[in-house]
Structure formats: structure tokens, C-alpha cells
Ligand binder design. Structure first.
Ligand code: ZN
Length: 507
């Protein structure tokens, strides 16, 4: 055994030196500052014993009093921890690189499950058992599993998309999951948000999701952010994560997620769902287009209904959320072809996938050649959404309104006596779920065919589920038809169920 830096080494010996030992920064002072030291091939024990004989000061950092390798020092042959090879007896062959990797203080958030796992991304026996089906996949194997363990993924939203994505990422062994969500589990979520259950209805989604993730995989560290994602906190929150998974349901947050990812140079794994169709892509401005390259401008508010208004097939977010998890795992492990520059479209009714090519827009305002967006902006204003106010449960929509309490009084007094008519502008299938007996059903899309049945002399009250669609009908009747006495029922039948009659089912 001989070392290149050993005093008095002869040139003839150098030619037999065939392996490289990598010395980590904290140990370099004990080997004269060297990054790498050449040595003869041999077993790990022989190589390290010989190394510490040459550099006595190094010895106490590598071995304890019993002469055993210290527990916070890991030795890798190539990218394999020698503990999972033959330990000290592992042969270090010609041309190989042996790396000494001690644990170092500081760095990322403290991992509450460190007692279960080994430092430096090495896997404990329990982890090896857990991930065995990954470890025998040559494309993942030990090196990929370690990358997953050391990776961090932020899920924006623990709803339809975030639920399956979080569960599979946790099961796959992603070491650190962050979740941004300040919503509470509602029974109507359970049709698709499978991370939550009957036992967590009424609890914060963050708490519910964390509980489920810990049950799936206790080795995963979970950090929760029980706050809305805003321009003020997005960069700070995103900074700690390698990959961002966008599971949001509104345009202001989509643009916020996109812009924060572009500014920080992070990949944004995108998914969206509506009724029976879904989309997925990876927006990574370093290597391809961003969301703004695809959609420079948001649609005007109200044009694209949300899932709460338009409905969504329960399994659909499962398909799209799992595609997002797949892409995140591919990005972390570096395997396969990422969905960068491609938009995947899924139609559940036809059971068909299509793929569109996306191009980077040189004129993109944030990732183009001459970006005009250099910091986060006011995304509510950008998307034309009235500023969100935590206290206000429903927006006024800028039309004359009547509350459900007033409506109740009017119904009790008799609508016909005061020449008042109540119109329900929802769809027939919604009417089947719940309706007010005093109302008459005219779906929003058919209102123009029924104008001749309405009188200017009557007062017209319009309601829907939450008050958004009916507000549009009120605007249409006032601005386009010229009616004067039209009012929107604030909060719709949901407000009625909440404030007047709890027997009315909500959906
Ligand atoms: Zn762009």
C-alpha cells in the first residue's frame, strides 16, 4: 500500500497506484489540503488503514477507539455505500474512486426521522426493505433511491391533484414534501381527494394530508404552509424545494407559481383538470417553455368555470396527479424523457391521450429574450379577479343583491303578492339535487329564450349555487335587456342551506 503524497515515495511506486480516494472538505486539513489522493487497489479496510497510517492526524476522524469506522463517516465505492456491498471487505478495484463522506452540520431543515435513517442519503435496512422494488429497477437502483431521499418537492394545494401526487411521492421515498394549503376537508372533497377521509372531515387539509403521508411512509419529512400562496411568500417558500408541483385551481395562483418558478429557475410540474379532461406538462424555463409561453394572458374571470361550478370526474385528478408525480420522480432521478416542451391532453370519456408540442416564446414576458416581468406582481389584478378578502365569504359581483334572509321573508310573505319571481339559473341536474319550491328553473344558457315570459313590471330575483352564475344573468338582464328590478341572491342555494335550512343538501 503506498500513497502519492507519502514523503519519499518513488516514481516507480506511482505507476502501481490505481485508485483515487476523494477527501471531503472538512478532512482536507489532515491530508495536507489534498482533494484526491491516489492509492493502491485493495479492500476498503486496507485502503483506509494505510491512509490513516500515512496521515496519523486523519485516523481519529475516521476510526473510533475500537478501530471501527465512525458512524458519521460513510464510504462510497463509486456511488454505492460500501455498507451495502461487503463493508470493510469490499474490494476497491483498479481505476475505482473511493469517497469519504462524513455527515456535516447545518444545511437543510432538520429531519425529524433522522433516527430512522442514515446520514448522507444512505438508506437504512428498513428503507432498503421498503424500496426494494425500486432498488431492483436498474434505472432507479440505489443511486436513484438516494436522490429521491435527498430531494424535496413542494405541492401547491392538497386537493384533487395534490392528493394522489403527495401519496405517490411519499410512497416513492421523496425525502421532504412541502404542502401549501389553508383549506379545510369538506365531504364534497372525498369523491376525489383520496388523501383525506371521513375521519378528517372538518379538519385542516394540511393536518389530514400530513397524517396520511406519515402513515404511508414515516421516513418522509413534511413541512406545511397553512397560508395562501402570495407574491409576498412564494419565493421564500419555493426556495427550499427542488421541484414544484402545481395543483392549484385558479388562474392567479397558476401565474404566480409559474413566475416564481421561472425567477428561481425551478421546474414547475403542471396539471389541470376539468370535467372529463386533463392536461399535464413540465414548465422549466431553463430547458423549455413556461406557462406564459403557452398562455401569455389569463382568460377573463368567469369565462372558464372552476371545478366547483363545472364538476369533475372523481378519478380524473388521480390520473393527472399521478402523471405529475411521475414527472417529478423523473426530474429528480434524471431518468426518461421529461414532459418539457410537450402538453399532454387526456380525455377520460374517449380514453385517449394526445400530445402537443410547446415552443418557447422568444417574446415571453418572463422567460423570453427581453423579459418585462422581473419580480412577482399582483396576480389577482393581472387575472382581473377582485382582491381576495378573507372576511368576505361571497363577492358582490357588482350587481344589486338580496340576502337569503331577506329572500326567506319575501317567500313567507308570498312572492306573487309583491309581483316577485324567483328564477333558478342552474342546470336541471342541479335542480334534482336541491331546489327552492318557490323558484322556477331557467338554466343560464336558455335565459334568452325565455325573455318574453318575464315582465319589466315584476321584480326578478335570480339565484344559482353560489351566486356567481346568477350574477352574470343579473348583469345580462340589466345591461343587455334593459330590466331594472333585478337582484342577485347573494351566496345562492349554498347560503340558503347554511343560513336558512340545513336540510338542503349542499354540493
Ligand atoms: Zn415563457
Amino acid at each position: 500500500m503506498a500513497f502519492a503524497r507519502r514523503p519519499g515515495a518513488k516514481s516507480g511506486i506511482l505507476r502501481r497506484m490505481s485508485i483515487t480516494i476523494r477527501i471531503p472538505t472538512p478532512l482536507r486539513p489532515y491530508v495536507g489540503g489534498s482533494k484526491e489522493i491516489a492509492s493502491d487497489a485493495g479492500t476498503v479496510a486496507e485502503v483506509l488503514t494505510s491512509l490513516s497510517a500515512t496521515y496519523p492526524d486523519l485516523k481519529k476522524h475516521l476510526f473510533n477507539e475500537e478501530g471501527k469506522l465512525r458512524s458519521f463517516v460513510n464510504v462510497y465505492l463509486g456511488d454505492e455505500d460500501v455498507r451495502y456491498l461487503q463493508g470493510a471487505d469490499t474490494l476497491v478495484p483498479d481505476g475505482a474512486t473511493l469517497s469519504i463522506v462524513p455527515s456535516v452540520a447545518g444545511g437543510i431543515n432538520q429531519n425529524p426521522v433522522t433516527h430512522l435513517s442514515e446520514p448522507d442519503g444512505a438508506l437504512s435496512h428498513a428503507e432498503i426493505r421498503r424500496y426494494s422494488r425500486h432498488l431492483i429497477l436498474p434505472e432507479i437502483a440505489m443511486s436513484g433511491q438516494k436522490k429521491l431521499k435527498q430531494a424535496s418537492v413542494l405541492l401547491v394545494g392538497a386537493g384533487g391533484l395534490g392528493a394522489p401526487a403527495a401519496m405517490y411521492l411519499a410512497a416513492a421515498g421523496v425525502g421532504h414534501l412541502g404542502i401549501v394549503d389553508f383549506d379545510v376537508v369538506d365531504e364534497s372533497n372525498l369523491q376525489r381527494q383520496i388523501i383525506h377521509g371521513q375521519s378528517t372531515v372538518g379538519k385542516p387539509k394540511l393536518q389530514s394530508a400530513t397524517q396520511r403521508i406519515k402513515d404511508i411512509n414515516p421516513f418522509v419529512e413534511v413541512t406545511g404552509y397553512e397560508e395562501p400562496l402570495t407574491s409576498a411568500n412564494a419565493l421564500r417558500i419555493f426556495a427550499d424545494y427542488d421541484v414544484i408541483v402545481d395543483g392549484t385551481d385558479n388562474f392567479p395562483t397558476r401565474y404566480l407559481v409559474n413566475d416564481a418558478c421561472v425567477l428561481l429557475g425551478k421546474p414547475n410540474v403542471y396539471g389541470s383538470i376539468f370535467r372529463f379532461e386533463g392536461q399535464a406538462s413540465v414548465f422549466y424555463a431553463k430547458e423549455g417553455p413556461c406557462y406564459r409561453c403557452l398562455y401569455p394572458e389569463p382568460p377573463p374571470p368567469g369565462l372558464v368555470p372552476s371545478c366547483a361550478e363545472g364538476g369533475v370526474l372523481g378519478v380524473l385528478p388521480g390520473v393527472i396527479g399521478v402523471i405529475q408525480a411521475t414527472e417529478a420522480i423523473k426530474l429528480i432521478t434524471g431518468i426518461g424523457e421529461p414532459l418539457i416542451g410537450r402538453l399532454l391532453l387526456y380525455d377520460a370519456l374517449e380514453m385517449r391521450f394526445r400530445e402537443l408540442k410547446l415552443r418557447k416564446d422568444p417574446a415571453c414576458p418572463i422567460c423570453g429574450e427581453h423579459p418585462t416581468v422581473r419580480e412577482l406582481i399582483d396576480y389577482d389584478a393581472f387575472c382581473g379577479v377582485p382582491a381576495r378578502n378573507g372576511a368576505a365569504h361571497e363577492e358582490s359581483h357588482g350587481v344589486p343583491e338580496i340576502t337569503v334572509k331577506e329572500l326567506k321573508q319575501r317567500i313567507e310573505a308570498g312572492l306573487e303578492k309583491t309581483n316577485t319571481i324567483l328564477i333558478d339559473v342552474r342546470e336541471p341536474y342541479e335542480w334534482q339535487i336541491a331546489h327552492l319550491d318557490a323558484a322556477r328553473l331557467i338554466p343560464k344558457g336558455e335565459i334568452h329564450n325565455h325573455l318574453h315570459e318575464l315582465s319589466q313590471a315584476d321584480e326578478i330575483l335570480v339565484h344559482c349555487r353560489s351566486g356567481a352564475r346568477s350574477a352574470e344573468v343579473v348583469k345580462f338582464l340589466i345591461n343587455d335587456v334593459g330590466f331594472r328590478k333585478v337582484k342577485n341572491v347573494k351566496g345562492g342555494i349554498l347560503a340558503w342551506a347554511r343560513e336558512i335550512d340545513p336540510r338542503v343538501p349542499t354540493y
